[in-house]
Design a protein around this ligand. Structure first.
Ligand SMILES: CC(C)(COP(=O)(O)OP(=O)(O)OC[C@H]1O[C@@H](n2cnc3c(N)ncnc32)[C@H](O)[C@@H]1OP(=O)(O)O)[C@@H](O)C(=O)NCCC(=O)NCCS
Length: 156
């Protein structure tokens, strides 16, 4: 992979959530030690139904659902927030998380109005730290819940 943030083809697609992929998203699993890092996909899909600003996506590789993510990019704001990202335990460590973030950053950049993307993760979540740092996200410190906030300025 050359420049992660550059425009190129990644081995994943981000697809809207619907009848055709909902069951596959619910069947995705984390490793036991990761379960405190992110809400379950069942909770996230329920949240997405209630939150008009939440945009949920299946991460699809070679025609199979391998992960899930959720973000918001309100029309009256220049900041997008990544709420959730997970890759199935059997599919981790193959570059799919990075590919999903690259695709998501492209999707967000195409909106044209977003200047900053932010993310929160548990400070002990080394995979998340490395993943986001690889795209240039800068850690800003802990929020009131003890989660690390990191953000990325777009188009700077
Ligand atoms: C974080 C997560 C999405 C990464 O997905 P992935 O497909 O395994 O990631 P990739 O293979 O693309 O690797 C991305 C980077 O993370 C690093 N990484 C992946 N798993 C790791 C682990 N267990 N420990 C340390 N680093 C790890 C990789 O080395 C890579 O960094 P590098 O480019 O500097 O080598 C996945 O581990 C996951 O679903 N975790 C549980 C949910 C979670 O924590 N989500 C993030 C919170 S919002």
């Amino acid at each position: 992979m050359t420049s992660r943030a550059g425009m190129r083809e990644y081995p994943v697609a981000l697809e809207p959530v619907g009848k055709g992929n909902r069951a596959a998203i619910l069947a995705l699993e984390l490793l036991p030690q990761q379960q405190g890092f992110v809400a379950s996909n069942a909770e996230s899909l329920a949240e997405a139904r209630q939150d008009d600003e939440a945009i949920a996506r299946a991460v699809v590789a070679a025609g199979r659902v391998v992960g899930f993510l959720m973000y918001s990019a309100p029309e009256d704001d220049d900041e997008a927030i990544i709420y959730r990202l997970m890759i199935d335990r059997r599919e981790q460590g193959k570059g799919l998380g990075s590919a999903a973030v690259a695709k998501l950053l492209e999707e967000i950049a195409r909106l044209g109005r977003i200047r900053r993307v932010s993310i929160c993760y548990e400070p002990e979540n080394e995979a998340a730290r490395r993943l986001y740092a690889g795209f240039g996200f800068v850690e800003r410190g802990l929020d009131e819940d003890g989660e690390m906030i990191a953000d990325l300025e777009l188009g700077g």
